[in-house]
Design a protein around this ligand. Structure first.
Ligand SMILES: CSC[C@@H](O)[C@@H](O)C(=O)COP(=O)(O)O
Ligand SMILES: [Zn+2]
Length: 202
């Protein structure tokens, strides 16, 4: 199998797993992986992400141009923004998960995750004592404008592990599709804990 075929198969499988967990309902979500040559395998727009086939993954260049004429995810610009900033990132996943959406209803501007052992599931974090700031951006149908906001946040803070889009979902990534899946699972767990804690306290 070529690199592309291998990564396409991993993205298809990721979609099944995320759908099984209830995190990409009703055609929501999008996934991508970067190849060695800098091109990107990404989900086609509008597909049901729990029922993808290899034919639903297409190839784009680093500027987001489709290399086979098909239409990539409407949110391609958000994937490209992460690849541009972080050379070590090889996969970006975007679930529409309940805890991320609920967290964005309860917390404004950012969600701080600290004293969670699962922080260590994220690339580059090796202690529960890490203080992870997950920014929460307002939802926006103008993806280039939203991508600019994310980029400005990275410019200001110099690092970013994930971000939430209010009322929408979140973006997470990693050095492989497997690492990005682990990040999604860990983050959703921590978002869920914070949402429940908020409920207990109020
Ligand atoms: C079901 S609407 C969800 C979309 O608007 C979008 O947010 C999304 O995640 C999927 O868009 P897509 O173009 O299929 O990648
Ligand atoms: Zn989305």
């Amino acid at each position: 199998m070529s690199d592309f075929d291998t990564l396409a198969a991993e993205l298809v499988e990721a979609g099944r797993e995320l759908y099984r967990r209830g995190w990409v309902p009703a055609t929501s979500g999008n996934f991508s992986a970067r190849l060695d040559d800098g091109t990107i395998a990404i989900t086609a727009s509008g597909r049901h992400k729990g029922r993808l086939t290899a034919g639903d993954i297409l190839r784009i260049d680093a500027e987001g141009r489709s290399l086979d004429g098909r239409r990539p995810s409407a949110e391609t610009g958000l994937h490209l923004g992460i690849y541009r900033r972080f050379p070590q990132v090889r996969a970006v996943l975007h679930p529409h998960s309940p805890a991320a959406v609920l967290a964005s209803r309860l917390f404004k501007g950012e969600l701080v995750l600290e004293d969670h052992e699962l922080l260590k599931a994220l690339d580059g974090i090796d202690t529960h004592a890490h203080r992870l700031v997950v920014p929460i951006f307002a939802n926006d149908q103008d993806i280039p404008r939203l991508a600019r906001k994310v980029d400005q946040w990275i410019e200001r803070h110099r690092r970013l592990h994930a971000y939430i889009i209010a009322g929408h979902g979140f973006y997470a990534w990693g050095g492989s599709v497997a690492a990005a899946l682990t990040a999604v699972e860990a983050l959703e767990f921590m978002f869920d804990c914070e949402v429940r804690l908020y409920g207990v306290r109020s």
